[in-house]
Write a protein that binds this ligand. Sequence first.
Ligand code: ARG
Length: 556
Amino acid sequence: MIVNIKENIKSQLMNNFGLDQVAVEVPKRGDADLAIPLFGFVKSMSIPVTEVFEKFKVVLENLPEIDKVVFIAGFLNIYLKRKDLSYAILKSIYNEKQNYGSKPSNGQTVVMDYSSPNIAKSFSVGHLRSTVIGNSLKQIYQKNGFNVVGINYLGDWGTQFGRMIVAYQKWGNKEEIAKNPIAELQKLYVRFHEEEQLDPSLDQLGRDAFLKLEQGDPEYIALWQYFRDESLKEFMQMYELLDVTFDSYNGEAFYNDKMDAVVEELEAKGLLKEDQGAKVVYVGDEQPPVLIKRSDGATLYTTRDLAALFYRKKTYDFVKALYIVGNEQKLHFENIKKVTKLMGYDFDIEHVNFGFVLQDGKKMSTRKGKTAKLIDVINEAVDNAKTAILTKNPDLPNKDEVARAVGVGAVIFNDLKNERHLDYEFNLQQMVAFEGQTGPYLQYSIVRIFSILKQSQFDLSKVNTSLFQEDVYFNLVKVLDQFPSVIERACADNTPSTIARYLLSLAQEFNSFYAKVKINTPEEDVRNTNLLLVQGILTVLIEGLRLLGIKHLESM
Ligand code: ARG
């Protein structure tokens, strides 16, 4: 609401005095709610600063939300009517509940490509980041009124599957593989590369095998299908644990028969050039050309991504296409954008990039069989949470469920609180702690509010709005009032971290309120005022966590 007041102040002043721009700020210091720097108008209005103030004052004091304006050190300081404003804000949260901050449907569709692991390989930490960020963005866009199509673009096609098939046929032990498919297949793949050092002819065998696969050889297709099914089974365990779903699992292979059309269109538009037998598109003098078709006719990652993009446009008619993929694929997505532009399309494509996960300062890797499987790492977080719960609250009935929500929530929050393009350190002990900037800290704040609410009866008609004059109350109300614009910003910038940080500051404000004010006091009016406020905080904390893909608990 304060955002609207701010906009209104701006337009009132601009209209009344014919000004091009008026900056209305939220002051960092002092106790005013809004402030306007005045010196900039001295020249344009050709009057002294105090007169600017007097003129503005006359207009602003007529606005119903403004209590008073004061001139301090070149600024016009605005004080809002705390009582009415606070009551209006808290009542709208009270009435709207989880819909507070939601926008009505805008009828527009956004496609999001996230998670997208590669089959016959383990689910990497990079894929975990993509999954968690993508899932949160899905909730955030829906909250902002978009229709979202979540696509898991499985890496289930490419020359590596030719090599995989060769390795499987040469050295694969079917029983061993059946017992532990992904780990064994990954070993075979490593072996292929080792043997290739000794016998370079393997490279050609791999290429031939992939071509045969692309041409639909039934035996090869059956093997590939087996790799895909087994991999998906393992990936699904991860998605179940994280509670993430997709609307489509169309991976790269799905586009196998849709690439010719892209190649033809590029040809027809005169964009395809020969380069040493291969087909490329030139995207600029300083850039290496984009490879579309290899000299042996095999297609590439880029070609498949182009086919997928056109398919998505045709199928979903998106207004925006997001790709939640690590920083290392920056060039690839720049190429996709450039090629589609050259083709004459004006798509809103965004590479929602992210950094590495580090362990002891080095890139965390679950490959090479050295480190544990990623799902085991997350399960370790769940175990740690369970140990903590057993000491804190041994009588809790549903310990396993709670431990799961806390452990998984800890991993998710630890990822989303960071600015996504940065690398971050994976520290299990720290992320499951109940103190500090953690998921469990937020879940615990929610539990605290639930327990307060369980001990009391609330009566809206007994709220005493004059308490909102006090800073302890009004500061919290102001934070709650920011939630809708926080959600908007998270959507505009594709940054779940905006919400994560906001929730931390809200929880901190609440916990300091909790330390200062006795919430369940016998004084009826004070108690009901406290309860109205605390319910608003609860609603926002729960809804905020939901937007991050994290569950809340009523007790823990
Ligand atoms: N499978 C790819 C990888 O693991 C990520 C795919 C990202 N999405 C896309 N449309 N290219 O690196």
